[in-house]
Design a protein around this ligand. Structure first.
Ligand code: ATP
Length: 481
């Protein structure tokens, strides 16, 4: 059977994932095995969300009615009912209903009535506390399909320490990332030298490690030194999958949806108050503003390097008339050419326009010239994908380290993955092929022209032999026709 729960927390505490982890333990101790725990991120533009718009689903070998009663009791005991925006929902259903409602909840907006209609049709048991809005997330959770799945190890705090300052050793987080990236990501932001995986809110989460498999997140987690932890739970998630994106067209974008949109850059970027950078892209008829806000840090320089005429594909949410950028792919660069009145060949003074289509004339000696002075510039940027840094990444946005994205298979993250090794996972014992980022990593040589070069480095598990298999320059492989 499937159990869905949502909307149990408030800005002052609790977290639906924590309740899910506790619930899983309670069910297991009552001899009802939990086959899978899912953490689903839903439409990030929903205004009622407390933090990341998460809902959870547990797949349980147990009696539906019994599981439902246990879940309702736990929600009644732990949810933050005093907050007006906490409206929990609990759903229990024998078989997974069609995924349509899940996709709608990830990409669109739903009503409680729509959720109830799905639940009635599926013969589910359900309870909506207070205004029952949590039924939307809980229903989406039990309807969920995760064709592209990632994992998160959530380490929770000991309940006695809730609300007190957290202690997680910063260096151990950087070490955990260095030894597992790109199989785990967003533990820290190397470029901006900051920790990403430890929340600052008063909820029970101590830290969360995101990655491509349970082995990798558990391997990274084992390297983290911190205050004593409470429960830990590995969730299957839709995080980092771009599940929220739909294809969009400039001129036909709807508020609160997240899109993949292509267009041509219409003007140079503008930097506004607070360091937010904007650029306009168009499709001939209409233009739309794309924003890179100050927290996106170095990503703003990508916008600053664009020129009129560059063709781009952007992803992000359409809010308040702008696309808030998550990623940007430069498809083609416009020739970088500027023109200005020429230097007078007779006297060396700068000429001025002689009028529309009349060429140029020298105000000093009266000479005439037809052609302007043309300057070709080097472009400071190359085609390919660019992304906001981990510190500014949304839960659902797919990081480029997860693999190349169509239509241009390019990785431009400042780190590349040319070094491989095989290690035995200390968690499962299985052999895992690992790709090691080399650019900017201490001790890793540049291997641009040397495919067979080997080196030794200290990594997790001692001294490891590394082998370069592809040229490790930040590579560009055009896939598009
Ligand atoms: P929590 O840890 O409690 O899940 P959160 O940040 O994930 O916190 P919620 O407190 O769950 O946010 O608030 C989100 C609310 O919005 C929930 O009631 C959920 O049912 C509802 N919701 C989620 N997705 C949609 C959607 N697509 N359309 C309308 N309502 C939605």
């Amino acid at each position: 059977m499937l159990l869905g729960v949502d909307d149990t927390d408030s800005p002052s505490g609790m977290c639906t994932t924590y309740l899910g982890a506790l619930l899983a333990r309670r069910l297991i101790t009552m001899h009802m095995p939990v086959r899978e725990a899912r953490l689903l991120r839903l439409n990030p533009n929903v205004i009622y969300k407390t933090r990341g718009n998460a809902a959870i689903c547990l797949e349980v070998d147990g009696d539906t009615d019994r599981v439902f009663e246990i879940a309702c009791d736990m929600v009644a005991g732990l949810a933050h009912f005093s907050h007006e925006n906490t409206n929990p929902g609990v759903v229990a259903v024998e078989n997974r209903p069609a995924p349509d409602f899940y996709w709608k909840a990830v990409r669109d907006f739903c009503t409680t009535e729509e959720a109830v209609a799905v639940l009635e049709a599926a013969g589910a048991r359900y309870k909506g506390f207070k205004n029952g809005r949590g039924l939307i997330g809980a229903t989406a959770a039990v309807c969920s399909v995760v064709p592209d799945r990632t994992y998160e190890y959530l380490a929770y705090r000991d309940s006695d320490t809730f609300g007190t300052p957290r202690f997680v050793d910063r260096e151990s987080l950087f070490d955990a990332e260095a030894s597992t990236f790109p199989h785990t990501w967003d533990t820290v932001d190397v470029e901006n030298n900051c920790v990403v995986c430890v929340p600052h809110t008063p909820d029970p989460v101590l830290f969360g490690i995101r990655g491509e498999s349970p082995s990798w997140v558990a391997f990274a987690r084992m390297q983290v030194k911190s205050e004593p932890t409470g429960v830990g739970q590995i969730f299957v998630t839709n995080q980092g999958t771009d599940a929220h994106l739909v294809e969009g067209k400039i001129g036909g974008l709807n508020e609160g949806y997240s899109y993949r949109v292509s267009g041509t850059v219409c003007s140079h970027s503008q930097t506004g108050r607070g360091g937010h950078v904007s650029i306009e892209i168009g499709n001939g008829d209409t233009v739309v503003r794309c924003m890179a806000y100050e927290p996106t840090k170095g990503f703003r320089n990508v916008l600053r390097a664009l020129w009129s005429g560059d063709r781009v594909l952007v992803t992000g949410s359409y809010k308040g008339g702008s696309i808030n950028l998550e990623k940007l792919c430069i498809l083609t660069l416009a020739p970088a050419v500027t023109t200005r009145p020429p230097i007078c060949p007779s006297c060396g003074a700068r000429m001025t326009s002689a009028g529309l289509k009349k060429g140029y004339k020298c105000r000093k000696c009266g000479a005439h010239e037809k052609e302007p002075q043309i300057t070709f510039h080097d472009r400071a940027i190359t085609p390919g994908w660019y992304e906001v840094p981990p510190i500014a990444r949304r839960h659902l946005a797919k990081p480029l380290c997860r693999g190349p994205l169509a239509p241009v298979q390019a990785i431009k993250t400042g780190r590349c993955y040319a070094w491989t090794r095989s290690i035995n996972s200390p968690v499962s014992g299985e052999s895992i092929e690992s790709r090691m980022p080399c650019a900017g990593q201490a001790g890793m040589p540049e291997s641009r022209n040397d495919r067979r070069r080997t080196c030794r480095t200290d990594g997790a598990g001692g001294s490891i032999q590394w082998r370069c298999t592809v040229p490790c320059r930040l590579h560009l492989r055009k896939n598009a026709p």
